[in-house]
Design a protein around this ligand. Sequence first.
Ligand code: UT7
Length: 324
Amino acid sequence: MTQFRSVVRGVGSYLPERILTNADLALMVDTSDEWIVQRTGIKERRIAADGEVTSDLALHAARAALKDAGLEPGDIDLIVLATSTPDNTFPATAVAVQAGLGITHGAAFDLQAVCSGFVFAMATADNFLKAGNFRRALVIGAETFSRILDWTDRTTCVLFGDGAGAVVLERVAADEANGAGILTTHLRSDGRHKNKLYVDGGVSSTRSVGYLRMEGREVFRHAVGMITDVIEDAFAATGVDAQSLDWFVPHQANRRIIDASATKLGIAPGKVVMTVDRHGNTSAASIPLALAVAHADGRIKRGDVVLLEAMGGGFTWGSALLRW
Ligand code: UT7
């Protein structure tokens, strides 16, 4: 039986036009540029325009990824879209993207693992491609977190932003992949922590949307341990280590969490891709946003070994190790 690999063909991203700086936020709540930069590394975030919905952001990112891959929408037969801020309760935001691209074949669905959504979506698409069910997948992370923020709560509203990123994965016979493709994925969840980062409303509980609530210190306390656990799993499964790794592209939530994780794992600072300063925590969109930057500026090249990692609400956490 043919063994398959899921190989990255292209990556793209999109940020809404409106920039909200730390100085702007200091006019809205009792905070300062100094506090936000020192505690998180965030300098500004983007806010979707009125009427601009998650699928609009996702469509821009998907088109950019297809262009980067040199492919047409019709070449895609699977769309897996990670979001916690869908256009509507249903149908899936993924089908709005599918329709926007003019695709009428294959399958499109959403996946919800909060900030870990993109890693969970990569693992899901990878398994479908490797099983031979689909040929080319768009894996998208897209969010409009500005719509679920309590803009009077300084402990959360300064942290998050809107954006989208997408990757095109292609099924390739393993013996023709030259070692490229997703090497391993490791996903974890522990629902005992579900009340540490959550939205205080929902269809079945309040018939409304609600606002994001977080025990920031508690999330921080668990983050580094969870992140390093799934990365050590990825290293153990492949024999890759901090030295042989080329790029570390973590979920962009907080500079201090990223720095502490890299230090604990022995990953050199020069290998860490950091974009949190320019868009804040965009949840499921943050990894493909960072990937798109490091790919476009020439850092990530064919053959490079790239480590993705995320941790978020649930708690959920996961890693994906791939050769570009
Ligand atoms: O994707 C996963 C999702 N979430 C995360 O990754 C977030 C994880 N947590 C964090 O990143 C950090 O816990 C935060 C950035 C949220 C907070 O940083 P911290 O160093 O843990 O601060 P803290 O919560 O311990 O608060 C320190 C102080 C408090 O004042 P007191 O009690 O010391 O007087 C807060 O009230 O900072 C105060 N504070 C603020 N001050 C100015 C909290 N938010 C703000 C703010 N501006 N925006």
